[in-house]
Design a protein. Structure first.
Length: 583
């Protein structure tokens, strides 16, 4: 691959000039033509972030394509589907080679790769029918039914299928553990998918606590004991379909579920309900108000930052105290252009991305950190013209992923890390096609919708795109953006990082037609990073494990949890909603 020039090139998209006094952006420059790699090789791209813009208003406005930008996968909580159609991220499946690596939102260092922005296949589904409901009446406080031993059982036998209408699951007509081989995990329990409309159904969110595994599907929220899969509390039915959830839970195991105001196409996603995951008890309820003109709650996204719930509308956001439902503040448009809040990311910090200067000469995105209790702006970083911030790989430390349209259908990409004060710290300088397992959302950017990316301390872990043979996980230093190490998948199927714990990176190896998936652990420090097996899932259910168009996965206390985020609504198949594996 060709390398970026050591000195600023003349004209175009290379390292931008210093910003003019008072903040803003320097004119971008263009590098000289680069020698393209052979067909199929990664497409490099270079450039740098420029100096942070001064805090304060900037010219801005929503993009012409809508306040949340390009169309994405259904729902405000689009989930990744490993091995399935994906958005065109660095190395996303189906990204053909081509184009030079020109363009960058920043200054001074190489950090871009160009890929073709081919539209991902969208499989549009509908929704799942609710189990029961009693809106407007005071709910009975559910009684939690716990097992004596929540740990995985070593005994054999058919897994329990709770949620089939018999209350406690009863005898399962289908033994998913039949033919299980020595050394393979077993299906501890599973849930068949509830009835769904023929057009399909959304099934967003999966949360695991010390006692319960909770899953949302269409109009219902169901909970199961982690050890035996028996219902932990009575299924909660909502009057209308669930349209958004908080993907994270609070420190005391609570989540917020949003459901629609009605059944029509004009129904708003504005009804909020707090739920205790361990007991099923309902907390406060709240209705999200519309914002100004063209700023509706037709679709919302939700994120948690400590005890703050941030609900993003199309052009603004409202923060609530998640403990009480009391409104804290509004995140509104700012600046003369102006800038419209377009998306939020939560966790240890509250990060806002704003879309600025729609259709103008200074159209760009800005990243801000907000005080989660007051909304006060802690810092602002303005990207150069044309760059769109797509994802927040992490909020502590802040690691953002951005793209820029190039010639034709090509896109340049950039991954940048920032200091606690919002200064540019580093950019990923690894010339690679990555596949971080990010889903699509139609009206929201879904900043935290990537499952195949992990940030632990000072290291970013990203999976490469598999072209032929096994893929790799690359460990990248956030101090300088350089590669620390990489390790290949132990199988021909892709390996994707899930989480870091105990000094190891926990990763999931996807199933094949003749083998179930695997859970492995890679040592983070030291000289060796060879994956060690933690669990080998049975081959007999590999077709189910591999059959979800999009899915949630988690590894908690020695169990592997898998659930779909889309239901087909096909009554002729025994569609599964959720499975728990153990030894």
């Amino acid at each position: 691959m060709s390398q970026p020039p050591n000195q600023p090139p003349q004209g175009g998209f290379g390292p931008p000039q210093d910003p003019p006094p008072g903040g803003g952006f320097g004119a971008p420059q263009t590098p000289p033509p680069q020698q393209g790699p052979p067909a199929g090789a990664p497409q490099p791209g270079y450039g740098q972030p420029q100096q942070p813009a001064q805090q304060g208003p900037y010219p801005s406005g929503p993009y012409a394509s809508g306040p949340y930008g390009q169309p994405q996968q259904p729902g405000p909580y689009g989930q990744p589907g490993y091995g399935y159609p994906q958005p065109q991220f660095p190395g996303a499946p189906g990204t053909p080679p081509g184009g030079s690596g020109r363009g960058n939102p920043f200054k001074g260092k190489p950090a871009l790769v160009v890929g073709a922005a081919v539209a991902a296949l969208l499989v549009i589904g509908g929704t799942v029918y609710a189990v029961s409901g009693d809106d407007g009446k005071k709910d009975k406080k559910p009684v939690s039914k716990q097992t004596d031993d929540p740990k995985p059982s070593a005994s054999g036998g058919a897994p329990v299928n709770p949620g089939d209408g018999s209350g406690d699951g009863g005898e399962d007509p289908e033994d998913l553990n039949e033919g299980r081989q020595d050394g393979e995990s077993r299906v501890l329990w599973y849930k068949e998918a509830p009835d769904a409309p023929g057009s399909g159904a959304d099934a967003p969110g999966m949360w695991i606590t010390d006692r319960t595994a909770v899953k949302a599907a269409y109009k219902e929220l169901s909970a199961y004991n982690v050890g035996d899969g028996k219902p932990a509390w009575e299924t909660i039915a909502f009057p209308q379909e669930i349209c958004a959830v908080t993907s994270r839970k609070t420190a005391d195991d609570k989540v917020v579920v949003a459901y629609k105001s009605g059944r029509s196409d004009r129904a708003k996603c504005n009804q909020l309900q707090l739920i205790d995951l361990d007991t099923g008890e309902k907390g406060w309820e709240q209705e999200v108000a519309d914002g100004a003109l063209f700023d509706s709650a037709l679709s919302v996204e939700m994120s948690l930052a400590g005890n703050t719930l941030m609900v993003g509308r199309s052009q603004s956001g409202t923060a609530y105290d998640v403990r009480t439902g009391k409104k804290l503040f509004d995140a509104k448009k700012y600046g003369d252009a102006p800038c419209f809040p377009a998306a939020f990311a939560g966790g240890e910090r509250l990060i806002q991305v704003a879309s600025c200067g729609a259709g103008g000469n200074n159209a760009h995105d800005e990243v801000r950190e907000l005080d989660p209790r007051t909304g006060k702006v802690k810092w602002t970083y303005a990207y150069e013209k044309g760059w769109r911030v797509e994802r927040a790989f992490s909020v502590d430390p802040v690691v953002m992923y951005a793209t820029k349209e190039e010639d034709g259908d090509k896109k340049a990409w950039n991954i940048a890390a920032f200091t606690a004060a919002g200064k540019l710290r580093s950019q990923v300088a690894v010339d690679e096609k990555f596949d971080p397992g990010c889903g699509w959302a139609i009206l929201a950017r879904d900043l935290q919708g990537c499952q195949g990316v992990v940030v632990d301390g000072d290291t970013l872990f990203l999976p490469t795109q598999a072209t032929t043979g096994a893929n790799e996980i690359v460990a990248i230093s956030l101090a300088d953006g350089k590669e620390r190490w990489r390790e290949s998948s132990p199988a021909e199927e892709s390996m994707v990082p899930m989480k870091a714990e105990g000094g190891k990176l926990i990763a999931y190896v996807e199933p094949s037609y003749n083998a179930g998936g695997q859970v492995v652990a890679l040592p983070v420090a030291g000289a060796g990073h060879k994956p060690a097996g933690l669990m080998q899932n049975p081959q007999g259910v590999a077709d189910i494990e591999n059959g979800f168009f999009s899915k949630d996965i988690d590894w908690v206390d020695g169990r592997f949890y898998l659930s779909t985020t889309r239901l087909t609504g096909n009554d002729d198949t025994k569609e599964k909603l959720m499975l728990a594996y153990g030894k």
